[in-house]
Design a protein around this ligand. Structure first.
Ligand code: DHK
Length: 144
């Protein structure tokens, strides 16, 4: 079974608690369970990670080089600032899906640009937490 990493950046540990009008009421654990169940149906083992620290996310992408066939990433605020995460993803050989729970293009201008988007096969923004499941489905197709 192929493994997929779902990586989440800063503040996403507070999913379900912070600004629910923007990010919804589902928790990250709920997202992890739903994606693991969907992944199992589609023949993928899904592993969920979250860190508030850029370097830990970079280290986890390096680990994915040897352990994962694909990556789904919501870098949170680091989407808009982190060349280091882009560089790490460029050192990963498999497909990358970028997910934003909110529609970053409808929000403040500083959220409109993401360093990761040029590396991603697809960018999903504004589907709420459903976006993670859409990314799992697409990765299953790409990895079939
Ligand atoms: C999550 C965050 O934490 C923000 O910093 C991004 C993203 C948007 C999201 O929509 O999932 O700007």
């Amino acid at each position: 079974m192929k493994t997929v990493y779902i990586l989440n950046g800063p503040n996403l540990n507070l999913l379900g608690q912070r600004q629910p009008e923007i990010y919804g009421r589902e928790t990250l654990a709920d997202v992890g369970e739903a994606c693991a169940a969907l992944g199992a149906e589609l023949g993928l083992e899904v592993q969920l990670f979250q860190s508030n620290h850029e370097g830990v996310i970079v280290d986890t992408i390096h680990e994915a080089r040897h352990k994962a066939a694909g990556i789904i990433i919501n870098p949170g605020a680091l989407s808009h600032t982190s060349v280091a995460i882009l560089d790490a993803l460029n050192a990963f050989d498999g497909p990358v899906m970028e997910v934003h729970i909110s529609n970053i293009h409808k929000r403040e201008e500083f959220r409109h640009h993401s360093f990761v988007s040029g590396r991603a096969e697809a960018v999903i923004a504004g589907l709420g937490t459903e976006g993670y499941k859409a990314a799992v489905r697409r990765l299953a197709q790409l990895l079939a």
